[in-house]
Design a protein around this ligand. Sequence first.
Ligand code: DX5
Ligand code: ZN
Length: 213
Amino acid sequence: MIKVAPSILSADFAAMGQAVENLEKWGADYVHCDVMDGRFVPNITFGMPMIKAIRKHTSLPLDVHLMIVNPEDYIEKFIDAGADIITFHPDSTNKTAECLATVKNAGLKCGLVLNPDKPLSMLTDYLDIVDEVIVMGVYAGFGGQKFLPQTLDKISQLKKLAKGKNLLIEMDGGATCENARSIENAGADILVAGSAVFGAENPAEAIRILGGK
Ligand code: DX5
Ligand code: ZN
């Protein structure tokens, strides 16, 4: 089995409270929150007010994925807004160690995210610090993109690198009910799915299939 973290990027932004309440009802394990600033990625989504707003609607862990430049300027604000896990791209800051320490010192889970073109070697110095590594299955910025199968190999390599370490591997981007098993078999512990859940006829059934239940 693999944990499922639906991304609210694909939810109805005009009814987000209801969307996260539904996720809990449908059996999701996390709520994946894609924060984009229009600079690190060519898209703008939402910030701290959205995290604060949905916090009141679910007890599921809020898995906040920062796709913003200089995350060091905002991490405390996302902690205060109610995040449980904060991940960011090491190529979005020159203060990676400080950002990870700020998240950990606040008692939250921290993680790093690699786009498909970024090598695992960018993680070497942090594998004993992070609680989670997100391997992107698409280039960060948009939901509904096609999964890049070459990222499966990256998950397997990371699985080997992470042997004996206390970290979870999350695959983010392009997950479907059809490719979920190969992502799980490659070694992922958590699967992000936005369009595969919110675009499904029966989202609860989609979450069940994605999780291998
Ligand atoms: C993309 C985001 C992903 C995306 C997933 O930048 O990080 O979380 O929303 O959406 P799907 O599952 O539709 O690819
Ligand atoms: Zn994401």
